[in-house]
Design a protein around this ligand. Structure first.
Ligand code: NAD
Ligand code: UDP
Length: 390
């Protein structure tokens, strides 16, 4: 497994210790899995939850997994735990994934969103800088905000010109709405922590890489309301639509589902993160878009594709009315706003790491919805058939 592995320049890869903060989340769980099954690296996994990585931590009937001595779980809240600095000091590299990163929270819990994405990340940056430790920090494609093109007249031919919508790490501006549109609290906090990390590098020599994920999706993303998360909770779109499909309800299209997104399969994206981990000379000092520019759809098209794929994997016919429109005010409340379009420019990640996404939207939806059906269909059926307590 670990023998003979070399980096992109042909040098042998030395095993390292990684302090992974937010390891129990969606991305963290896939990254831990990859590191345990395909590399010799050690992980100090930090999170308040461990459900999504329990399969990597538990000893089964047949004994300990082969990686048992390479992963340790530390249940702690980085907001107020003095053990954090010690863990960062023990590691060669820190990866910070911890965040509130669900749009339904940005306008309804703006303080928590700003604290989580900026204030709580400050000590992580500080400890890395003071102890000369490398940092891979997870930001977001949302730092780009809206495209320049969306301010052009609807019939302007410039709307078709990629210069007006393709998002480039080193050239595109960050365009957010007014303060009362609290949707942008997340993007703004992420932008400020990016600027702080950049400044720590410029003034104090911090070795950093910043990742801007563009809608990574796949198994274990978020939760299904009322099954493994709060009944009233609103997860990201993959889990919202999965929940609707599992419950045989119409999928809700916010403001008509006209916004566009590019979706990348989590397993493709994790390959990019592994390249960053194992090629520090190529990754340090860079901000990377990680997405799949070929998988662009409107949210309405995503709903139609998911309806079709779910019908295939569940062998249930689609509803007669598979979607309904809903206003953003009704769905998310006051202060919601949206990114109109998100196409990542791939020049920098291609040049530095030679990475390209592979999986089409149809293929990634098929594997993801197969997982959702196998994991949740029975539990949802039971929940629906239970009489409501009076
Ligand atoms: P996630 O919510 O599944 O994972 C985040 C994890 O961080 C959770 O397990 C949570 O418990 C943990 N966490 C939060 N605050 C913590 C604290 N104070 N102490 C300890 N642990 C804490 O989200 P994800 O999709 O895995 O995203 C990971 C990172 O990537 C986030 O920074 C997010 O902003 C960024 N990102 C992800 C996407 C995507 O497509 N999934 C898109 C843009 C940005
Ligand atoms: N959305 C929707 N219906 C839902 C959930 C989300 O129409 O049930 C829309 C949302 O308004 C946004 C897009 O889907 O335009 C993607 O939302 P997501 O929560 O995944 O996060 P975002 O890409 O905005 O960060």
């Amino acid at each position: 497994m670990a023998t003979g592995r070399v980096d992109l320049d042909g040098n042998p890869i030395k095993p390292i210790t990684i302090c992974m903060i937010g390891a129990g989340g969606f991305i963290g769980s896939h990254l831990c899995e990859k590191l345990m099954t395909e590399t010799p690296h050690k992980v100090l996994a930090v999170d308040v939850y461990s459900d999504k990585i329990k399969h990597l931590l538990e000893t089964s009937g047949s004994g300990s997994p082969p990686w048992a001595d390479r992963i340790q779980f530390h249940r702690l809240n980085i907001r107020n735990d003095p053990r954090l600095e010690g863990l960062i000091k023990m590691a060669d590299l820190t990866i910070n994934l911890a965040a509130i990163c669900t749009p339904a929270d940005y306008n309804t819990r703006p303080l928590d969103t700003i604290y989580s994405n900026f204030i709580d990340a400050l000590p992580v940056v500080k400890y890395c800088s003071e102890n000369s430790k490398r940092l891979i920090h997870f930001s977001t494609c949302e730092v780009y905000g809206k495209t320049i093109g969306c301010f052009l007249p609807k019939d302007s031919p410039l709307r078709q010109d990629p210069d007006y919508f393709v998002l480039k790490e080193d050239a595109s501006p960050c365009i957010f709405g007014p303060i009362e549109k609290q949707r942008w609290s997340y993007a703004c906090a992420k932008q400020l922590i990016e600027r702080l990390i950049y400044a720590e590098s410029a003034e104090n020599g911090l070795e950093f890489t910043i990742v801007r994920p563009f809608n990574w999706i796949g198994p274990r993303m978020d939760f299904i309301p009322g099954i493994d998360g709060p009944s009233e909770g609103v997860p990201r779109v993959l889990a919202c639509f999965s929940n609707n499909l599992l419950r045989r309800e119409p999928l809700k299209l916010v403001d008509g589902g006209q916004s566009q997104r590019t979706f990348v399969y989590i397993k493709d994206a994790i390959e990019a993160v592994l390249l960053m981990i194992e090629n520090p000379d190529r990754a340090n000092g860079h901000i990377f878009n990680v997405g799949n520019p070929n998988n662009e759809v409107t949210v309405r098209q995503l709903a139609e594709m998911m309806t079709q794929v779910y019908s295939k994997v569940s062998a249930e016919p689609p509803l007669d009315t598979p979607t309904i429109d809903i206003s953003s005010k009704e769905f998310y409340g006051e202060g919601y706003d949206d990114s109109d379009k998100r196409i990542p420019d791939m020049t920098i990640i291609n040049r530095q790491l030679g990475w390209n996404p592979k999986t089409s939207l149809w293929d990634l939806l098929e594997s993801t919805l197969t997982y959702q059906h196998r994991t949740y269909a029975e539990a949802v059926k039971k929940a629906i058939s239970k009489p409501v307590a009076s």
